[in-house]
Design a binder for this molecule. Structure first.
Ligand code: SF4
Length: 342
């Protein structure tokens, strides 16, 4: 017997279908996996064009596994969180080489793939294979916290597990994929963080938060961690119309991507000409530079840090020597073309 909760949200979903960009395309496990990973921390409207271009270029696990990582990263450019792209590629290679190209069809098998945690494993196993694993994202946590009147922090693992178990109980007797999709959509469109649609909500009669005047107080969150500020000074070195880029190695953000050589400093204030000259010399071995201009500071907010970036445009005064293979000279046109592939 389906739960009252499931009946209401599935009925609501049937009356409020949400067209998704992949509705008319293939929905095999591979495509479901890619859409789930791309849509993490991305709004559907924003992520959809990236998804469509990605699966158009890489229509199967094999095509993705056979592609060089650099190309995969290029198709990811603009989505951020590049570790996801690296993991997607690593997982495709693993499936291709270790699993004879067969996509895992169990929750545990999915969980063993790089970049797939409990959320993605639940989403893929329920959407692709009809397995009873509830997804627990921010929307689900909000709906269930309010409906059940959960007052412990949703950031605590014990609360997370309690919400997962409640969702699991509500899911019994209905299609797991349909339930997961419905509760996520319901959280995004009705039980919203601000101004939820309580007056027309089908769960209102049994909703603890509404019945007890606690809608705005729930869900409870732990205090936010403080955000770290980092100051990246990109030195745009040019020579005869070409720009020098450097591949980012090491375990920091944007690993494997190319940027202008970068000095990380403790403030947004521009380095002196002498400091820029010393930096350029450390890369090219050349002493003379012409400083053209420095850009104003711009901020990019990542999940756990804020990057404050500035660009300092430099022209070399003599021909650069050959550099190691982490550097590449590109034309300005190439930079534009790459950006247009977003
Ligand atoms: S009544 Fe309001 S708070 Fe309760 S589930 Fe519905 S939208 Fe959310």
């Amino acid at each position: 017997m389906p739960s009252v909760f499931a009946k209401h949200i599935l009925h609501w979903q049937a009356n409020n279908p949400r067209p998704l960009p992949w509705d008319n395309g293939p929905r095999d496990p591979y495509h479901i996996w890619i859409s789930e990973i791309i849509m993490q921390q991305t709004r559907i409207e924003q992520g959809a064009p990236y998804y469509l271009k990605f699966v158009n270029r890489f229509p199967s696990v094999k095509s993705l596994a056979d592609a060089p990582l650099d190309e995969v990263l290029r198709y990811w450019q603009g989505l951020g969180y590049y570790t996801r792209a690296r993991n997607v590629h690593k997982a495709a290679v693993f499936i291709n080489q270790q699993l004879d190209g067969v996509f895992p069809d169990t929750y545990e098998g999915l969980l063993a793939l790089p970049g797939i945690g409990p959320y993605s494993a639940a989403a893929i196993s329920s959407f692709a294979f009809g397995l009873s694993y509830p997804v627990v994202d921010g929307n689900v946590k909000r709906v269930i916290s309010r409906y059940e009147g959960i007052t412990s922090s949703i950031d605590e693992p014990t609360t997370h597990n309690a919400i997962r178990d409640t969702a699991s109980k509500y899911m019994k007797g209905v299609s797991p994929g349909a339930f997961n999709q419905a509760i996520m959509n319901f959280g995004a469109l009705v039980c919203k963080p601000v101004n939820p649609g309580c007056t027309t909500c089908p769960l209102s009669r049994k909703c603890y938060a509404l019945q007890n005047g606690m809608v705005t107080a729930l869900p409870v969150r732990s205090k936010k961690k403080s955000v770290i500020f980092r100051y990246f000074h990109f030195v745009v070195i040019t020579w005869r119309g070409k720009v020098l880029l450097q591949r980012r190695d090491g375990k920091d953000i944007w690993q494997g991507l190319y940027t202008p050589p970068m000095m990380e400093r403790t403030a947004a204030r521009a380095p002196s000409i002498r400091q820029l000259e010393t930096f350029v010399k450390s890369i090219t071995g050349l002493g003379g530079i012409a400083h053209i201009q420095s850009s104003p500071a711009q901020q990019q907010l990542l999940s756990h840090q804020t990057i404050v970036g500035r660009f300092h445009f430099i022209r070399l005064l003599s021909p650069p020597p050959a550099l190691d293979d982490s550097f590449v000279w590109v034309t300005k046109k190439m930079l534009t073309t790459t950006r247009d592939q977003k």
